[in-house]
Design a protein around this ligand. Structure first.
Ligand SMILES: CC1=C(CCC(=O)O)c2cc3nc(cc4[nH]c(cc5[nH]c(cc1n2)c(C)c5CCC(=O)O)c(CCC(=O)O)c4C)C(CCC(=O)O)=C3C
Ligand SMILES: [Fe+2]
Length: 371
């Protein structure tokens, strides 16, 4: 690359927004579900049930449209900072696939790419599985004689762009409910459930494990403490889980959000602010598991439930993603760069350590790591 082309995102030539993917038409639902669950031991009954969730919404998941909007927001933020770099879109489980994005980049002569993922926490499903799918797309291109080098930004659960945006969204909602009703709402944080075995092994192999649940517990507690300080009163909170999908014999992280709303009702809680901090956009798990199921549970219980939005295209979040890209580029250039965090001071490495968040079924090549 010419010296004159150098910019703050050097050495990267394109950003690839890397996401989960979702169906966009009824006939895409089953192929998508089979791809997601291939070899992962999810019972057929569960697949049929989840297919119904998608079909209930016309067979179209909102996730790709949300990611297209996020790409537009990232492009606008890059332009505001006079950073010129293309932003491509690549999914793990639906079109446009990661390999499509890499091929498109390669055709334009761009071979150093930066993956910005829509997944904030650490565990196999939210980190290594992305890295495996990046590697398999690279292998697909290599078979066509095309090489692309791909790095990714760090897991950003405690990057201020993500965590402070969540804190502001929850804090504003709690204040609004408190002012409207005079009752301090109970904060119920929610994230995707995992098999206990996946949580137990999340994080670097030489560490204590359970990094996924510990990250969520730490962010929930920090947001609750800040909300309490702003409201000037005590605020209670819990972390709950949604979207469990394994067989009943397999233990998954609990409590389920619906079960927990029932427990809270028995304890006399009347008002809940439900905060999906585990997710980055209001995709199918949010609109079905929370806005359909959990909303029904709350209605049955006669509880006041306010589901707050995910970070989506929130400006603070989008600015944070650009900051994370700049941080990763500076690291790639070998520079010392500030790595802001909130809460806590622990920075997730952008290059994962060997054995981090392992695949408990099969060993597969994974990109963006030192193994
Ligand atoms: C941690 C985590 C995230 C957050 C991080 C991230 O965002 O990546 C996430 C996101 C998502 N999960 C999604 C969809 C699905 N996840 C499934 C299944 C599973 N998810 C798991 C974990 C996670 N999933 C796990 C451990 C399984 C069991 C199978 C296995 O061990 O791998 C299944 C199979 C059917 C079922 O639900 O059983 C589907 C359809 C969509 C798309 C939504 C849309 O279309 O709008 C999104 C964003
Ligand atoms: Fe999932």
């Amino acid at each position: 690359m010419e010296e004159t082309e150098e910019h703050d995102l050097f050495p990267y030539q394109a950003i690839v927004l890397t996401s989960f993917g979702g169906p966009e038409a009824p006939e895409e639902v089953m192929p998508f579900l089979r791809r997601v669950t291939g070899g992962r031991g999810i019972p057929d009954e569960r697949l049929e049930e989840v297919a119904e969730h998608y079909l209930h919404f016309g067979g179209r998941s909102p996730i790709n449209d949300q990611n297209r909007a996020l790409i537009e927001a990232i492009r606008a933020e890059l332009a505001r900072r006079e950073l010129t770099i293309p932003v491509l879109f690549g999914n793990r489980n639906s079109r446009p696939f990661l390999a499509d994005a890499f091929r498109e980049a390669h055709a334009e002569g761009m071979t150093r790419l930066l993956s910005v993922t829509t997944s904030a926490y650490s565990c196999y499903s939210s980190c290594r599985q992305y890295r495996e799918d990046i590697a398999s797309a690279q292998i697909e291109l290599r078979e066509e004689g095309k090489e692309v080098h791909v790095d990714k930004i760090r897991q950003y659960w405690n990057h201020p762009g993500f965590s402070r945006a969540n804190a502001r969204i929850v804090g504003e909602a709690a204040r609004q409910r408190y002012e409207a009703t005079g009752v301090v709402p109970h904060l119920v944080f929610v994230t995707h459930s995992l098999p206990n075995s996946m949580d137990d092994t999340s994080g670097p192999g030489d560490d204590e494990g359970n990094l996924y649940s510990r990250q969520h517990l730490e962010l929930s507690a920090a947001i609750a403490a800040e909300t309490a300080a702003t409201l000037g009163t005590e605020v209670e909170h819990d972390l709950t889980y949604c979207s469990r999908s394994g067989p009943p014999s397999q233990p998954w992280l609990e409590p389920d959000v619906n079960d927990h709303l029932r427990v809270l009702k028995e304890r006399g809680v009347e008002s809940v602010v439900l905060a999906p901090i585990g997710f980055v956009s209001d995709h199918m798990e949010v609109v079905f598991d929370l806005d359909t199921e959990a909303a029904e549970t709350a209605e049955e219980l006669g509880m006041d439930l306010l589901r707050v939005p995910t970070v989506g295209t929130d400006t603070e979040f989008v600015m944070g993603l650009v900051d994370l890209a700049l941080e990763r580029a500076a690291q790639a250039r070998g520079e010392d760069v500030a790595t802001p965090t909130w809460p806590g001071g622990e920075v997730r490495p952008a290059i994962c350590r060997p054995g981090c968040c392992p695949n408990l079924r099969v060993a597969k090549p994974a990109a963006c790591g030192s193994d």
